[in-house]
Design a protein around this ligand. Sequence first.
Ligand SMILES: [Ca+2]
Length: 337
Amino acid sequence: MRQIILCSLICLLLVGCTMGITQREALTPDSPSPEITPSPGTTQTDVPTTQPLPTETPVSSALPPTTKTPTPVTLDTPTETPVPPVPTETPDAIPTFPVDGWRGTIVRLPSLAQFDDYFEREDGERFGIEGTLENRAVIEPQIAEFRWTGAQVHVWGELIPDIPDCEGRRIAVDRIEAVSGPTEEARDLTPFAETNASSFLPPDRWGAYESWMVVDDFSDTAWTEGVTGPGIGEWITLTFPDVIEVHSIGLDVGYDRDEDIFFANNRIKKVTLAFSNGEQVELEFADTRGMQTIPLVRAPGPNIETTFVTIIVEDVYPGTEYDDTCLAEVEIWGKTK
Ligand SMILES: [Ca+2]
């Protein structure tokens, strides 16, 4: 029995020793790692979490976001900017047509007209006309000369449609050449005239009464002398850029706004025409509304050559209400030299 108890005690001791050794041995491999990392509990969980984060963060969030974000922004802006090449397309979109030696004349318009002149092609079609931006200094004087002489011309350039000019179109002229000398036909030269008068009535609620009212192409505006009484001896002069050969003169002899106003004011009955060559001509007009044209052309010639026409009031038809003498329009037809 003693042996059995001893054996059991020995066995118990042996088991106890073995467990102690295995516990010590099991602890040994664990102890170095907690000893290497100063604070195991926190470091071990932080290292794996912070390590993947910093490596992922710089790769995925630092680099790509910064490069990706500006890329679409800068790409979008430039791609949207070229989208409005609408302005650059607009000038190109205006179609132009070649003008290849068209033949015609250049006609001056009255001073108050919307445009100053137009090219009348030989088929009667009308076009605005102007030099191009590049050659305007050269072309414009040529256009002015041909406009004055009424010469037949050939025109080269481009036709620009949809533009604020005569008939909504314009010839941008590259080259213009005369086909003929000054036209042989008498023309209305009044649009070329500058006007001046001995006096005029101050403006009122109805408008102005200055000398240029006789060349504005409106019968309801009139030059009105500004002196007391009917203005006998008052005058108005039309001066031309150069010598003209006078073929006829037309007068609308009153304030031709309407029937009542026409007869309420004085109408011109007799005038003396004075010219720069010293000649004088007396004319008498009827007491009627509208343009009255009197020929001055001389059958065998020579015709009157002058740079101005002065119209001197000699007699009037008295107005029913006002003692003011009016002249709505003047037309002087002739030829340039
Ligand atoms: Ca007028």
